[in-house]
Design a protein around this ligand. Structure first.
Ligand SMILES: Cc1cc2nc3c(=O)[nH]c(=O)nc-3n(C[C@H](O)[C@H](O)[C@H](O)COP(=O)(O)OP(=O)(O)OC[C@H]3O[C@@H](n4cnc5c(N)ncnc54)[C@H](O)[C@@H]3O)c2cc1C
Length: 371
């Protein structure tokens, strides 16, 4: 018998959602996390938006798991008092050319099964009198959620089911063995190993590194991850009430565009931008030098914001499998049976909407492993 039936590598929102779900029927489960506490990386450095599922390619995992996850999140939040708000969202077109583009976005969202409404200029200004608009898409099911609240819920659900979450436990290597897999870990300089039947790689920014530990050629498999940092600026409190819901521009190139985010402290923030980190060095510093470019992007949708109204705030780093300038790619969630790795599931390129999709990703992983 192996030491554990299931090992989940990484205690971000995705690893924890998987642990909570699988441990209901498979309590011989351990989550190994290299940091002192769960949720200290990307899962606590994001917009905390419950996305509706508007933009993603119809039929893709992102489209399907976002729509499914969003509904599951609202149910979980109501049932377990996880802080959330169905705050709604507007995607505003600021000229005639953008109006044509939001119609395409609207049709994409409808194909994905998202409830949406097209609003003309007057109806948009009735909701958000301070924004720049010639018309918009209104999304009634977009919301915000406390990512920490959600992770606390998943963590306690897993623990209550009998699972173990081991912090300060860095996975250094994985070997296939007669009893499944041997996981080699480093706990504060102390090296040890244990055996497991199944391995779920939910290591976020390091998911490609962990995938290479089971012998996968990252380039060949398309698993190589790139880091795309997203920074935020916070608006001075006197202008924090200029919008009352999430307001997004029409996306330009990469990402959804710098948009208005309302956080749990009632602050109005704008972000995230997209900055590829070519040296893959983790650096969460938000450069003051970005201020005027940020303010210019914000003025596109909220003209009253001046350069001096915003201050550098936080940042997060997305794990992307597309290089800079390439079109967005789908989540890669693969049971590696065809590579002769029965029981190994890799989750690679888990960028947005990973938070929203987390409970649906857990359901999907369970299906891949247990049918
Ligand atoms: C700027 C930004 C904004 C975003 N906004 C949204 C949003 O509004 N809505 C939305 O739905 N999604 C959003 N996302 C995406 C979302 O945050 C991610 O999809 C999600 O948090 C990924 O979760 P994760 O569990 O895969 O990764 P992580 O939270 O990074 O967790 C991975 C864990 O694995 C651990 N780990 C790594 N390697 C090892 C190892 N060798 N051994 C042990 N442990 C290891 C890490 O320490 C980490 O704790 C955003 C992302 C960014 C960057």
């Amino acid at each position: 018998m192996p030491d554990f039936e299931v090992t989940v590598i990484g205690a971000g929102v995705i690893g924890l959602a998987i642990a909570a779900r699988l441990s209901e029927r498979h309590p011989s489960l351990v989550v190994v996390e290299k940091n002192e506490r769960y949720g200290m990386e990307t899962s606590s450095r994001n917009s905390e938006v419950i996305h509706a599922g508007i933009y993603y390619t119809p039929g893709s995992l992102k489209a399907r798991l976002c729509v499914e996850g969003r509904e599951q999140l609202y149910t979980l939040c109501s049932k377990h008092d996880i802080p959330h708000k169905r705050i709604t969202k507007i995607i505003t077109a600021t000229n005639e050319e953008e109006l044509a583009r939001i119609e395409a976005i609207y049709r994409n969202g409808i194909t994905n099964g998202v409830e949406l409404k097209m609003l003309d200029r007057r109806a948009t200004l009735k909701l958000e009198p301070n924004i720049n608009t010639v018309g918009s898409i209104f999304s009634p099911t977009t919301g915000i959620i406390s990512a920490h609240g959600l992770m606390d819920y998943f963590y306690h659900a897993a623990i209550n089911n009998g699972a173990t979450v081991q912090h300060y436990c860095d996975v250094m290597g994985i070997e296939s063995s007669s009893r499944g897999y041997t996981i080699f870990v480093d706990e504060h300089g102390h090296r040890s190993s244990f055996t497991t039947e199944k391995v779920i790689n939910a290591a976020g920014l390091y998911a490609d590194r962990v995938a290479s530990m089971v012998g996968i050629d990252l380039e060949k498999a398309g698993y190589k991850q790139y880091f795309a940092k997203g920074s935020y600026f916070v608006v001075t409190p006197s202008k924090a009430r200029l919008v009352s819901r999430l307001v997004y521009p029409v996306p330009l190139n990469e990402g959804l565009g710098v948009h208005a985010v309302l956080d749990w402290g009632g602050r109005l923030k704008f972000g995230p931008d997209v900055e590829y980190l070519h040296d893959k060095r983790i650096d969460y510093f938000v450069a003051e030098a970005k201020r005027s470019a940020f303010a210019a992007s914000i003025r596109r949708i909220l003209p009253a914001i001046q350069d001096e109204d915003i201050t550098p705030d936080m940042s997060g780093i997305r794990a992307k499998i597309q290089k800079e300038g390439e079109p967005p790619k789908d989540f890669l969630i693969v049971h590696e049976r065809e590579r002769g790795l029965e029981g190994v599931v890799n989750l690679v390129g888990m960028d947005s909407p990973g938070l929203t999709s987390s409970p649906a990703i857990a359901r999907y992983v369970e299906e891949l492993l247990y049918g």
